[in-house]
Design a protein around this ligand. Structure first.
Ligand SMILES: *Cc1c(COP(=O)(O)O)cnc(C)c1O
Length: 230
């Protein structure tokens, strides 16, 4: 238990330091998204008691169970995993954020299935920024064809872009991919007159590079919780 607490302090310190080291002037806070997939709900509660509020999940059944177990707590739930079209209803009904919208069809279904009495569902479009054939996400060129259709969908709020770039150990190399994602969002905002404000990028090994390039949400799992348990 105390191990998890120390890890939270440690990651929050890294985030704060990275922000200080950057030349960012935006007052936006960087949000730590604690990726709790494959970790038991007890670990979520431990971090919650320490003030952590944003949690990310990738497997819908497991996630819905945890959301029910923590009902009444002011947790913000983010879905970050691959989305099959037969799972969109559960996502639309249970989450506040979805980072992994990677097809127009998925966006349409989430829009149709978001209950009208809930606030709009915050979505990020997953971009295959390094254009790797095995990865999902819109390609940085194909996204231009779909953006207007997605931005117009009711019950969704298009917040920004998410990416998992090609693995890179070198800092400048890491920054390059994150910069490409940031510039893509700027271009899309200008071209389509949008106000996307979210860059979901950066994980345990590259959060400094991501924050230097403007990340507003970093997604951290193993470095917070240890190895996944089931
Ligand atoms: C699992 C996951 C993470 C966290 O990965 P760790 O290696 O556990 O830090 C971040 N982003 C996405 C999209 C994930 O699926």
């Amino acid at each position: 238990m105390s191990n998890t607490l120390n890890q939270l302090d440690h990651i929050n310190h890294r985030i704060k330091q990275a922000f200080k080291d950057s030349d960012r002037t935006d007052a936006d806070k960087v949000t730590l998204l604690a990726v709790s997939k494959r970790h038991p709900v007890e670990k979520i509660l431990t971090l919650y008691q320490q003030g952590q509020r944003d949690f990310g999940e990738s497997y819908i059944q497991e996630a819905v169970q945890k959301i029910q177990q923590t009902a009444g707590l002011d947790i913000v739930w983010h879905f970050i995993g691959p989305i099959q079209s037969n799972k969109t209803r559960d996502i639309a009904e249970n989450f506040q954020w979805v980072h992994s919208v990677d097809r127009l069809k998925i966006a349409r279904r989430l829009s149709e299935q978001r209950p009208a009495q809930l606030p709009d569902l915050n979505i990020c479009l997953q971009i295959n920024i390094s254009e790797e054939p095995q990865k999902s996400g819109f390609s940085p060129t194909e996204i231009f064809k779909h953006l207007e259709n997605i931005a117009d969908l009711p019950h969704l709020k298009l917040r920004g872009l998410m990416a998992i770039p090609r693995m890179a150990t070198e800092y400048e190399q890491q920054r390059l991919a994150f910069r490409q994602l940031k510039e893509l969002m700027q271009t899309l905002n200008e071209q389509f007159k949008l106000n996307m404000d979210t860059l979901s990028m950066g994980m345990s090994g590259d959060l400094e590079a991501a924050i230097a390039e403007g990340a507003t949400i970093v997604r951290i799992g193993t470095a917070l919780f240890g190895a996944r348990e089931y």
